[in-house]
Design a protein around this ligand. Sequence first.
Ligand code: NAD
Length: 261
Amino acid sequence: MSLAAKTAVVTGSTSGIGLAIARAFAKEGANIVINGFGDAAAIEAERAGIEKDFGVKAIYDGADMSKPAEITAMIANAEKTFGSVDLLVNNAGVQFVSPIEDFPPEKFEQIIAINLASAFYTIRAAVPGMKARKWGRIINTASAHSLVASPFKSAYVTAKHGLAGLTKTVALELATFGITANCISPGYVWTPLVEKQIPDTMKARNMTKEQVMNDVLLAAQPTKQFVTVDELAALAVFLASDSAKQITGANISMDGGWTAA
Ligand code: NAD
């Protein structure tokens, strides 16, 4: 139970990678703030499941990661409820796929807000408490698209490259305070986010579902396998551990070799 008495806020943790990270931190003994959208009964089942399975406390905060005031209030609510925010995982993210000349400006701005600016606001709000306690772990779910680009994903690639830059900056600022800041950069992980972008990619590239899966998604991934959410959660647990305290400002790929090419 290496994270006992610590509190983790995981944005976008009602599904996919965020939920796996929240559960993995709970397994290590941390109290959890889950966040994200979805069916209220399903979210309550996930929250209650974390408490029941791991014997920790979990609350749900429905803050919209595109709204700075809600983000700041979420961090304050976590600190008020549990006394601290020790682990912050900026994981909420959305995708939109379109040729740039047709890319709706409001979609571009939404992706920058949720996938990039939200991390600025959570970090800004959580750092004073981390500094006072001289301990903190900031983990940003970036992407292989923080290192390389793909066509038709202008907003997402821009946001993820920005997130990698934000992570490095924050790591330098916090290096002497016992706080690390790192990116985890997955390749393709089988989650609803990937599943949902298949129809748009089919349209943009004029392909069948099978062609998108094999020729677009796994084409980039030399292992020809999707990353799993549990593999990513294990990496997050390692980054939270004492053994990882000298890892800061890093962008750690878990992409089946994609960005080695
Ligand atoms: P997902 O769709 O399963 O989860 C996304 C989460 O973000 C959900 O909980 C959703 O409710 C939440 N969310 C969306 N908009 C929000 C908002 N405005 N406010 C609060 N929460 C919001 O997707 P996932 O694949 O688990 O993605 C998680 C992160 O991993 C994202 O940042 C994504 O870019 C990144 N990522 C995913 C993959 C992949 O292949 N799935 C690859 C690289 C990076």
